[in-house]
Design a protein around this ligand. Structure first.
Ligand SMILES: Nc1ncnc2c1ncn2[C@@H]1O[C@H](COP(=O)(O)OP(=O)(O)OP(=O)(O)O)[C@@H](O)[C@H]1O
Ligand SMILES: [Mg+2]
Length: 394
């Protein structure tokens, strides 16, 4: 078992593409760390640098206190599971699991013992003599896990190992991999772009965007306290509703001007956040989680007039997509200074755009597209961000 430490690693591909920028990350001994982010953000590249399959342009990777930049993949003592399990079709399940050991010329008895143990762990005992094509997708996935387990590696690296499975099997394997990792206690880095996997499997989650690490935190902490609007919008389904607003602070009240509407917020919310308080009278970005918007008034909630864009009955709940007059947030432009210029231009032209948001309501409520309705937002459960940098105001 081992700790994994990435220190300021960069990856620039031969064509000059900057795929990973200044990535520093400590994964504790025995920890399950999930690396998540949109397609192309550099997750696989980062994992392949740890594995030794990709040169590190700059920075260091240390496994168990040993810098491995110049150590070949076979000598890094890691085991990998990828999206394609790459099982050998002509070998039995047992032979597939033990193949790496046979390559290392381990003794037959020893191989059998390890394969049997992995088979028991993964509930594959009765299938060890079958061929891969006689297995279900989930069972094949477990064989790939078995191959990783028998290697007695110090570090597991997994790259979207469940993406070939159907939804139900994914849920089951998600739980199995997490519990197996707990039992074995092997330091694991698990790459996914599925944020449900990220939320449910990892001790901590590292969020990447465009080659850069955005935030590393325990799943609930990431959800409750996103550091910036990218993390706020990326973590959570349905996504957080983000909008521009003017923060109004008076003698003992506070509120937000959103378009022509006013949403009161408890004064204590502002007083508890010095960076937010400093924005009194200025434009900020406000985030509202779907579960903090209600269809009826509750204590601490205040009305907002919205229009129904789409109502989806999911059985156990209704997802309501609504339009709200005001200025939406284009997070892709944040930090570039473009957002503000564009907004000013739109204001000058007398245009107003519509904020699109999502609320989760109890089942069986019915709404018609185009209807004007009132929803109620909890003013004490908002998230606040800086307009220029997109960073949380705390
Ligand atoms: N060999 C290469 N040469 C040049 N650019 C590359 C190379 N391999 C990957 N890239 C680019 O580097 C970026 C990161 O790729 P990477 O495969 O790490 O993304 P990812 O986060 O794993 O995405 P996905 O979720 O789609 O698997 C992408 O923009 C990709 O096009
Ligand atoms: Mg990838």
């Amino acid at each position: 078992m081992a700790e994994l430490v990435l220190t300021e690693i960069d990856k620039v591909y031969d064509n000059g593409f900057y795929a990973v920028k200044d990535l520093s990350l400590d994964v504790a001994d025995g920890e399950f760390l999930v690396l998540v982010g949109p397609s192309g953000c550099g997750k696989t590249t980062a994992l392949r640098m740890v594995a030794g399959l990709e040169d590190i342009t700059d920075g260091t990777v240390a496994i168990g206190g040993r810098v491995v930049n110049d150590v070949g993949p076979r000598d890094r003592n890691i085991a990998m599971v990828f999206q394609s399990y790459a099982l050998y079709p002509h070998m039995t399940v047992g032979e597939n699991i033990g193949f790496g050991l046979a390559l290392r010329h381990e003794g037959k008895a020893e191989i059998k013992e390890k394969v049997d143990r992995a088979g028991r762990l993964l509930d594959l005992t009765s299938m060890l003599t079958r061929k891969p094509k006689q297995l279900s997708g989930g069972q094949r996935q477990r064989v790939a896990m078995g191959r990783a387990i028998v290697r007695d590696a110090e570090l597991f690296l997994m790259d979207e190992p469940l993406s070939n499975l159907d939804a139900k099997l994914r849920v089951q394997m998600r739980a199995e991999i997490a519990s197996l990792q707990r039992d074995l206690g092997i330091t694991t880095v698990y790459v996914t772009h599925d944020q449900v996997e990220a939320m449910t499997m990892g001790h901590r989650v590292a969020v990447m965007r465009l080659g850069e690490l955005q935030q590393v935190a325990a799943p609930q902490d990431l959800y409750d306290n996103p550091d910036n609007i990218f993390v706020a919008g990326f973590i959570g389904t349905p996504p957080m509703t983000l909008m521009h607003a003017i923060l109004v602070v008076e003698a003992d009240t506070a509120g937000l001007r959103i378009g022509a509407q006013y949403l009161p917020i408890p004064r204590s919310v502002v007083d508890a956040r010095s960076e937010l308080a400093a924005k009194a009278g200025q434009e900020i970005i406000v985030g509202l989680r779907a579960e903090d918007i209600f269809h009826e008034q509750r204590e601490g909630s205040h009305p907002l007039a919205v229009s129904v864009v789409l109502s989806e009955a999911l059985g156990s709940s209704v997802h309501l997509t609504f339009g709200l007059e005001g200025t939406p947030v284009d997070e892709s432009r944040l930090g570039s200074g473009l957002a503000k210029e564009e907004e000013q231009e739109l204001t000058r032209l007398g245009h107003s755009k519509e904020i699109e948001g999502v609320a989760v309501f109890p089942p069986r409520l019915q709404f018609r597209t185009g209807d004007a309705i009132t929803v109620f937002a909890d003013g004490s459960r908002l998230h606040f961000f800086d307009v220029e940098s997109g960073r949380a105001l705390r």
